[in-house]
Design a protein around this ligand. Structure first.
Ligand SMILES: [Zn+2]
Length: 66
């Protein structure tokens, strides 16, 4: 399902990490909203901040027999 970003000033969300709360909103070269951390990283490195994906996802059903 394609979903467009609403033009509401509130309800912003960092397009990189999905953060909705940040001391300062920034924008990338395309005008997308970035949180402070991602915006700074983007500005310094010229690329999106790599995200650390949570590894809390337990996979059930995969067990070694025996
Ligand atoms: Zn972010």
């Amino acid at each position: 399902m394609a979903r467009f970003f609403p033009l509401f000033p509130e309800g912003r969300e960092c397009v990189n990490c999905g953060a909705t709360s940040t001391p300062l909103w920034r924008r990338d070269g395309n005008g997308h909203y970035l949180c402070n951390a991602c915006g700074l990283y983007y500005k310094m490195n010229g690329q999106n901040r790599p995200l650390i994906k949570p590894k809390r996802r337990l996979v059930s059903g995969i067990r070694k027999p025996g």
